[in-house]
Design a protein around this ligand. Sequence first.
Ligand SMILES: *Cc1c(COP(=O)(O)O)cnc(C)c1O
Length: 402
Amino acid sequence: MTDRNRRPGAMTTAIHAGEGPDPATGASAPPIHMSSTFVSDSVSGFSAHDLGEDSPFLYARWSNPNVAMLEEKIAALQGTEACLCTASGMAAATAIFLTFLSAGDHVIVSDVSYAGVAELARDTLPRLGIAVSTVNLSDPGALAAAMRPNTKLVHSESPVNPILRLTDLAEVSRIAHAGGALHSTDATFASPMGMDTTALGVDLVMHSITKYIGGHGDAVGGAVAGRADLIRRLRLEAGIHHGGVLSPFNAWLIARGAATLPLRMKAHAAGAQAVAEWLETRPGVTRVLYPGLPSHPQHDLARRQMKTGSGMIAFQVGSAAQGRAIAQEMIEKLDILHYAVSLGHHRSLIFWMETAGLMQTSFRLTGAAADSYRDYAGDGIFRLSVGLEDAEDLIADLSRVI
Ligand SMILES: *Cc1c(COP(=O)(O)O)cnc(C)c1O
């Protein structure tokens, strides 16, 4: 006897949410719908404002069966009412900023974040008359002090790319809401399995679904999940009007990846834990940052806030010159790990990120903020995305160079 009111578990949700046998053919696996337009069986309006909750498909920039299915799956995995998929993770960030901010508003962004988001906030938003403050959001006091009467949005990231510093999301939600602002967070490093963002009070959670949700390094995409009223505004402005929508083929590939997300995240976390513990024993490694290690400065917050770890590790090896030399050796000697940007794929990826360069191009931190970054990153870090290979093989590969 089954209880029909029982909520299915994460593994069942990942496989079945949003999908079912194809009504036309009975196909068990979802077909790909590449059609840009859909034949109407009634006379309807032509404006995005005519779009209702249960409107039939009209045109693929408005909605498409593969994209709608993926949106339902991601919302179910993240535990939110709704979701909008976008052409990339950056399109998801742009969607949040340009939908919820206007000239004269103020936004607070984490002082360390994905480089593209940091540059978008610093270089583009002020040109549109939006005031931007960058704040170390791991310090709630600093956030409270930075809030202004016109602060409309606080955009956090946890763990932050690339230094794996965590943000207490419940605390940031509380401070943002007390000031009348929305709280959006970039949870790409954690994946939807990492944190119960709804319980932590987050209004909008974005992902680069190029990373863990897709999981196989073969499709670029983005998503914003949250309350239905907020996602409705995003869909109208960012989806239909700005037009950065996800292609049906990418949605199909990413949904296929998402079906195994809970299983993969457990394996990524177990592999990363083993590799991180091994890295801590290496004499040439001066610092390892992994939230699952007791040595992580916010290990307690990680245990409290994170349901599952991920595959992301950062480690230091000493001076910038030493880092660059080891990076060159990695390019020449590694057999299994790919020396490449991006993360969250089944293949392990590693990339050297020198602090001086990142400061110039992306973060431009000074004073205490720069000191705090250096505390985590030193003169540079290797960002390691532990894939799904056997940990022993990754350790054997890495032991040739460090
Ligand atoms: C990759 C990434 C992005 C940008 O996503 P794209 O899909 O590359 O546009 C945003 N935030 C984080 C944390 C990322 O890792």
